[in-house]
Design a protein around this ligand. Structure first.
Ligand code: SAH
Length: 689
């Protein structure tokens, strides 16, 4: 059987439906899943085990049989813990078929076939009764259905249903409760992921400021959570405005309501400032007393001894709809609204209680300005990077002449506005329109900056561009950032090259293309922690879970050539083991060649350490001597600093880690073969250690 998978084609920038082997989807899901990361999470595992043992004991002490319902069993881990702790029987529910199959194997291998029944269903489909999936209702409810936002994976509706139909009243639940904490902060860095700051341009006739449309200033944004490794955020990047307070908690041993609701707390700012961001995390108590607790609190809140690195649970950044000045000691109300799957926040100055209650609306925020739909958070950060903008300004000044006719190819780019201020007589703004929202956003921008009649938005794909779109002019300067919404990996922005090729007949013979070229760079690194997501587990809390390792490996090798994966590298510290190396160059002054671009070579390993993989990023050469680097910032004391906020960095994990303790036993080189297939726009890689 075949299935269809949606994917952006890097040569056309368009979404396409590709026919794939029916297994493709689930291999992708397993290969990119966080199962391994969860199994490596020692803190989580030991606390679950303690909580499960305690719950089984409490039930036994009451003289009852311990019947466990484990919703979302994955590898079967929590059911095996329960069975080992003396549970009489476990119903292990798993909706994802390949995982349910793996759970059956793992349960059998560990000798729990008589104690654990794996049921491949969504919990809401499970039946109870003599002929049902479960003989009777359970008296212990065990789950791990939480994401960074706690409720994003549907924990609430699942619990609501389970309490109604699958467990006894007064059941024991592991975890027993979850508590969500918040802290109000001001942070220019994080706020720059959500709002566009005014862009300052030094033009010949004085400073110009590009402003955002008012629709954007007042836009509440999108409700999707921004989950990050907050522990990588230096304390100098934010100012704490309030103490940590409990926003809400959920008792999983009692009936749970999943319907939309809101929670409100009063905060007394500890400092005056601009309230912009709500930082949030949760903890889960595995037992009613709260003695066994697993917390996601960031470094400035918890003791370092409680620290456990994990990527499956991080911390949340919520953007308030608007920044709100607050004064130290002057009370404010913070409201958390939630629906079944997500949470969002608003802040109000303290007023009469009744008045406040009346205007709580729990509808989720809807982006009105289009920008939050077109740009993701790192893209906002990139646009707000004044240094980067400066490089574009400098290079545009170099290439633009008073009579330039300029065409810009990039999604939602401010380059046409920059180019206009820097003196291009006619800047044609070329919009790639597959969805009209790109058009709308551009229009709002040009209007806010009084440029509606100066910059023309063309609603056409590059290959469909006609000379009438261009008022019969030839383009003398072609610019791009390049940025495209659909790009995932660094080289996907090479779509600019394909678009440039498609519009060739509209370019003057001595056209200037900016950037003139791009190059792909790589470096071999040892990750401080990220390696865990790819590392086999073997045994977990004494249970043999190798079946899971084999399954992940099999899925990773499903494609002949392994793929690089996107990771925002500032969140994952690493140490460089080699010098950065330029591996491929793409010349935008020429059209995309018919043949593939390949390279082979070797990199010297300069330091001892574990070679976990290669990090890859692009550098864009805007004009002579002016480049923007989207990856490496600096290397100092072997520690690598990667560009914050920037988009499309990627990691290629080596299939086996090479470890060297001393320089003398270093295999001094890693050889590589890298191939850019110009037909597909994808890069295949192979490394040998
Ligand atoms: N319990 C395992 C795995 C947790 S991951 C462990 O702690 O290691 C959560 C799993 O729950 C995923 O495999 C997901 O497919 C499954 N799942 C989520 N909601 C479910 C539901 N309502 N019914 C059945 N399975 C569910």
């Amino acid at each position: 059987m075949k299935t269809f998978c949606g994917r952006a084609n890097p040569t056309t920038g368009a979404m396409e439906w590709l026919e794939e082997d029916e297994n493709y989807d689930y291999h992708q899901e397993i290969a990119r899943s966080r199962y391994a990361d969860m199994l490596h999470d020692k803190d989580r595992n030991t606390k679950y085990y303690q909580g499960i043992r305690a719950a089984v004991s409490r039930v036994k002490e009451r003289g009852e049989k311990a019947i466990v319902l484990d919703i979302g069993t994955g590898t079967g881990l929590l059911s095996m813990m329960a069975a080992s702790a003396g549970a009489d029987f476990c119903y292990a529910i798993e909706v994802f078929k390949p995982m349910a199959n793996a759970a059956v194997k793992i349960v059998e291998k560990n000798g729990f076939r008589d104690k654990i029944k794996v049921i491949n269903k969504h919990s809401t489909e499970v039946t109870v009764g003599p002929d049902g999936d479960m003989q009777c209702r359970a008296n212990i409810l065990v789950t791990e259905l939480f994401d960074t936002e706690l409720i994003g994976e549907g924990a609430l509706p699942t619990y609501e249903h389970a309490h109604k139909y699958l467990v006894q009243e007064g059941c024991e639940a592991v975890p027993h409760r979850a508590t969500v904490y918040v802290q109000l902060v001001e942070s220019k860095r994080m706020w720059s992921w959500n709002k566009l700051f005014p862009v300052h341009v030094e033009a010949e006739d004085g400073e110009k400021i590009i402003v955002s449309p008012s629709e954007m200033e007042n836009c509440p944004g999108v409700p999707s959570v921004c989950d990050i490794q907050l522990n990588q955020m230096p304390s100098s990047d934010f100012t704490i405005l309030s103490d940590v307070v409990t926003m809400f908690s959920v008792d999983f041993s009692k009936p749970v309501r999943s319907a939309s609701t809101y929670y409100r707390v009063q905060l007394e700012p500890v400092k005056s400032g601009k309230a912009q961001i709500v930082l949030s995390w949760w903890d889960i108590d595995m037992d009613p007393s709260g003695m066994i607790s697993c917390t996601m609190a960031p470094y400035w809140v918890k003791s370092t001894s409680a620290f456990q690195w994990r990527d499956h649970w991080m911390q949340c950044v919520y953007f308030l709809p608007n920044e709100e000045p607050v004064l130290q000691g002057e009370k404010v109300y913070l409201t958390a609204c939630r629906d079944q799957y997500s949470v969002w926040y608003k802040l109000e100055k303290a007023r009469g209680d009744e008045e406040n209650k009346a205007d709580v609306r729990v509808e989720s925020p809807v982006c009105r300005c289009q920008a939050h739909l077109l740009w993701n958070r790192p893209r906002f950060g990139e646009l707000n990077d004044q240094n980067r903008t400066q490089q574009y300004v400098k290079s545009l000044m170099k290439v633009l002449k008073t009579d330039s006719v300029c065409l810009c190819i990039s999604d939602g780019s401010l380059l046409p506005v920059l180019a206009h201020y820097l003196g291009a007589k006619q800047v044609q703004y070329f919009f790639l329109v597959f969805r009209s929202l790109r058009f709308t956003l551009g229009f709002l921008f040009f209007k806010a900056n009084h440029l509606e009649d100066k910059i023309k938005i063309i609603e056409a794909r590059p290959e469909l561009l006609t000379s009438s779109h261009l008022e019969d002019k030839k383009i003398s300067v072609l610019v791009g950032e390049p940025f495209f919404t659909t790009s995932l990996l660094p080289w996907h922005n090479l779509y600019f090259w394909y678009a440039r090729t498609a519009v060739t007949s509209h370019l003057t013979s001595n056209v200037t293309v900016l950037p003139q070229s791009a190059s792909l760079h790589m470096m071999i690194v040892e990750f401080q922690d990220l390696w865990r997501i790819r590392s086999p587990c073997g045994t977990c809390e004494g249970f043999d879970v190798q079946t899971m390792d084999d399954m992940i490996n099999n899925s990773l090798n499903f494609r002949e050539s392994k793929e690089a994966e996107p990771h925002p590298l500032w969140e994952y510290p690493c140490k460089s083991l080699s010098d950065p190396q330029k591996v491929l160059t793409f010349d935008f002054r020429k059209t995309v060649p018919q043949h593939c671009l390949s390279t082979e070579g070797s990199v010297n390993l300069l330091r001892k350490g574990k070679s976990h993989g290669a990090v890859l990023w692009m550098e864009y050469h805007l004009a002579a001597d002016i480049s923007v680097n989207t990856g490496l910032m600096q290397i100092s004391n072997e520690k690598v600093f990667l560009q914050p906020n920037l988009l499309c960095q990627s990691v290629y994990f080596f299939s086996s880690v090479i470890e060297s303790e001393t320089l003398s036993d270093l295999p001094s080189t890693v050889t590589y073969a890298i191939n850019f297939d110009t037909k597909t726009g994808e890069i295949a890689m192979d490394f040998k250690l």
